[in-house]
Design a protein around this ligand. Sequence first.
Ligand code: FE2
Length: 179
Amino acid sequence: MAKTKDTKPARKAAPRLSTQTDLSGNAVPEIAEALNGLVADYYALYIKTKNFHWHVSGPHFRDYHLLFDEHATQIFASVDVLAERVRKLGARTLHSVGEIAARKSLKDNDKDFVAPEDMLMELMDDNKALVVELRAAHEIADKHGDVATTSVIETFIDEAERRNWFLFEASQTTTGAGH
Ligand SMILES: [Fe+2]
């Protein structure tokens, strides 16, 4: 006996890893591209901040060592949030250290010795560059009405500006009567 044909229209199976979203058009690839660039740069800044945490030297050792560690912890926590935004949109995020290296825009610092004041300046420059990148990603997400992404990015801009505030104040040299 022939099998009865199922009259219900078959639901088209979603390709694996393609989380469904109501965002349309080029929204997903454009937002994912911007977010994946940020994932790479957050990883790069995390490693550099840890590098400086490990290699800082001098009379402010304890202050800078602890400040850099606080910043590294905050930066590392952001990586997962950014990468998971990409997955929530159904796109792929980064897979490897090789992809991070290929996509990052922040420069490594492999010098054997970096003066503490140069560490502060370099981290300030990198955090400022990150804010520029965050604002650009915000514009893309905003254009597509992706308020969840813009909301995450707004918090991350505030965090990067707070890190810059601390780095800037720590870099101020003493003036006047030696205070
Ligand atoms: Fe440590």
